[in-house]
Design a protein. Sequence first.
Length: 190
Amino acid sequence: MGVGLRVGFLGAGLIASYHSKSLRRSGAEAQCGVVRAGVYDPDTARAQAFAAVSGHTVCATEDEVLDSCDAVYVCTWTSEHPRLVAKAAERGLHIFCEKPLAMSLDAAEYMAASVDRAGITNQVGLVLRRSPAYLWARHLVTEATAGRVMAVVFRDDQFIPVQGHYGSTWRGDKALAGSGTLLEHSIHDV
């Protein structure tokens, strides 16, 4: 049997860790021959910590990751998504790109054209659309006995129980995230 689908990661932060754990729990490695390939993060210590837990190989550059894999998770700052998706698509790699896709419609259209030209499989990380918690909340507010919903309070800092803050510094940087938390995280809730 040959080598299976080699999966790499660009970015080794919290969301990359979630995706790596989900990949392991899915059984894809055993059932589909998924092989953990390279990981790159500008923070070398973070990449090393990710690799120690996930089994990926730390790479010195983005290109080294892209050379090591057949599919790649793009889990970087939003500002980097268009460049990295286009680069991966040009190599014919399948792509899972974290949300939000881009900071502008023009950038998103550029990315869409890149993946269309390449004919690859791609997905944007809007993973909560079918979350059991979200589906249950929808059921509750659409149930006839609920009456007319007047207001909703929703808190999410990506931890259970809610801790009241999120330990990310880049989401507050417009150059990296676009419009901050409103676009970066609330896109799940819209």
